[in-house]
Structures are given as structure tokens and as C-alpha cells.
Design a protein around this ligand. Structure first.
Ligand SMILES: Nc1ncnc2c1ncn2[C@@H]1O[C@H](COP(=O)(O)OP(=O)(O)OP(=O)(O)O)[C@@H](O)[C@H]1O
Ligand SMILES: [Mg+2]
Length: 266
């Protein structure tokens, strides 16, 4: 497959307002987004919000699920106020659930392609890619990811994939996974320990062709879905897994240094 896809400037919403703002107005329509994080960090929630948003715009969407059953996905979604059953009855959502081990990767790719050809969705999600990587060679997995992303781009479909990492705290290397270079946007989800509580953090790690927020924001989950706040502004060391709050003095000192540098450059 050749790299000849057109590239559009059209943006689509992630379904989470603050995340759209962090991405400079939403994801690009023909792009591939990867949400990576440990188990329970909220990847399936982001997938559900992204697909629900497509449906509210009258678009057809498919969720390829390799970790959870239909019943579990329906229950998860309803705990965030999303009615997947209704969207499916409306003919806007299609849920495709399979065990990763039920077929070889080439067959999984064929199944994904034929579902797309038949249903003609505008958005697809794969939850999770890492489940499909179990027990297969790196090369075969890379070929599979290239096959899916190439096909999605050719059909001008926005693809949202998830990747479950083994590490709970601290930075996990995403550069050595085979998928990071094939995806256009990477959202990094993490657990952070602050004042004896496990909080979640979100960061737009990269976004090709667009300005994006570089900040690490707090990400909370409730019955209303996802909310992104600015509460980690005065912390440092979040990505390394040992956050500490910057004191007023330190912040003042930092501001003075920045001002000094600015004056020098003026
Ligand atoms: N209604 C709710 N209110 C508050 N928190 C909730 C609610 N529903 C789910 N959660 C939280 O969301 C978490 C699960 O989110 P999600 O399923 O998106 O994670 P995930 O990253 O997909 O995990 P996994 O890798 O295990 O699939 C739960 O661990 C729970 O803490
Ligand atoms: Mg999940």
C-alpha cells in the first residue's frame, strides 16, 4: 500500500470539549489517534465518547473490541451516561467483539476491512490494539497496524486505537512500541500519586501537523464521563511518577528567571 492518502484540515471532535481544545480544535478527520495508558486509566471511556460524538452528528461508527464483551461494553458506557444500545438500534453504531485468539492477525485484518466496506463508518475504534499483539511476532503486528491504518486513511475514516501498557506509574516507553510512529496523535494517560490519592493525568504527547497543548492535565472520571482540569499546573515530575508541588518561592524564582531571559533576548 502506497502513502498516497489525501490529508484534510477538517477536524472532528473527540467528544470531550477540553481535549478538543488541547488538540487545537479536535482531531484531524483522516488521522489515527492512539490512547496509551495502564489498565483503568480511562481509554475505553475516551473511545466511547469519541464514538458517541460521531453518532450525535449522524455518522456511522464501529467499535472493534478485543478485550470486553458486548454486555460489559454496554454496562461501561451506561456508567458514563452513554446509551450504546440505543445508538445500535438507530443503526449508527456497530459493535464487533472477538477474542484476539479466535483468528490469526491476517484474518482479523480481513474482518475489519469487510466490516468497514459493509457498514461504511466515518469513525472506527480498536480497543485494544495491544490485545491483538499478544503472542504474535513484532513484524506481523506491525504489518497488521499498517494494514488497518492505511485502509482507514484511504477511506477517510478517523481511527481511534488504544494501547494498554504494563507499567502503572511513571513514564512508560511508547517509542519502542511498533505503533507510535504509525499514529498521528498520541494521548498519554497515567496514574499519578498526589497527597495519598491516585489521580489520573492526560497529555497530548504528539499531534502531527497541529499546535497542541503540551500541558499535563488532571483527568477525572464520573457518571457524566470524562472531565479534564488544570489542577496539575504547579506540579513537576508527574511524568516521571514522583510529582512534587512547586512552592510559591520556586514559582516566583522561575518567573524571575523567565523574565530575565526575555529581557536579555529583547
Ligand atoms: N460512573 C463512574 N464514576 C466514576 N468512575 C468510574 C465510573 N465508571 C467507571 N469509572 C472508572 O473508570 C475506570 C475504567 O475506565 P476505562 O474502562 O475507560 O479504563 P481502561 O483504560 O479502558 O481500562 P482497561 O485497560 O482495563 O480496559 C474504572 O477503573 C473506574 O475507576
Ligand atoms: Mg478498556
Amino acid at each position: 500500500m502506497r502513502l498516497t492518502q489525501r490529508s484534510s484540515n477538517v477536524r472532528v471532535s473527540s467528544g470531550v470539549k477540553t481535549l478538543d481544545e488541547m488538540c487545537g480544535g479536535g482531531f484531524f478527520k483522516d488521522s489515527i489517534i492512539l490512547a496509551t495508558g495502564a489498565t483503568g486509566t480511562g481509554k475505553t471511556l475516551l473511545v466511547s465518547k469519541f464514538l458517541q460524538n460521531g453518532c450525535t452528528k449522524g455518522d456511522r461508527v464501529i467499535l472493534f473490541a478485543y478485550e470486553e464483551s458486548r454486555a460489559q461494553l454496554f454496562r461501561n458506557a451506561s456508567s458514563w451516561g452513554i446509551d450504546f444500545e440505543y445508538l445500535e438500534r438507530q443503526g449508527l453504531l456497530k459493535l464487533f467483539c472477538a477474542y484476539p485468539e479466535s483468528a490469526g492477525l491476517e484474518d482479523h485484518l480481513q474482518m475489519i476491512k469487510s466490516e468497514i466496506t459493509e457498514f461504511k463508518p466515518s469513525r472506527i475504534a480498536i480497543d485494544s490494539l495491544s490485545a491483538l499483539a499478544r503472542g504474535v511476532s513484532n513484524n506481523a503486528f506491525r504489518q497488521f497496524v499498517i494494514g488497518v491504518t492505511g485502509y482507514a486513511k484511504q477511506e477517510e475514516i478517523t481511527g481511534f486505537f488504544t494501547n494498554t501498557t504494563d507499567q502503572f506509574m511513571g513514564s512508560h516507553s511508547i517509542t519502542d512500541s511498533h505503533i507510535s510512529t504509525i499514529t498521528d496523535t498520541i494521548l498519554m494517560l497515567q496514574y499519578v500519586e498526589i497527597r495519598g490519592e491516585m489521580s489520573r493525568a492526560i497529555n497530548v504527547f504528539k499531534m502531527r501537523g497541529s499546535w497542541h497543548d503540551k500541558g499535563i492535565r488532571e483527568y477525572t472520571i464520573s457518571a457524566h464521563g470524562a472531565e479534564i482540569k488544570d489542577s496539575f499546573r504547579n506540579y513537576e515530575g508527574i511524568i516521571s511518577g514522583s510529582p512534587s508541588k512547586m512552592s510559591v518561592d520556586e514559582r516566583g524564582e522561575l518567573a524571575r528567571i523567565v523574565r530575565g531571559v526575555q529581557q536579555k533576548t529583547d
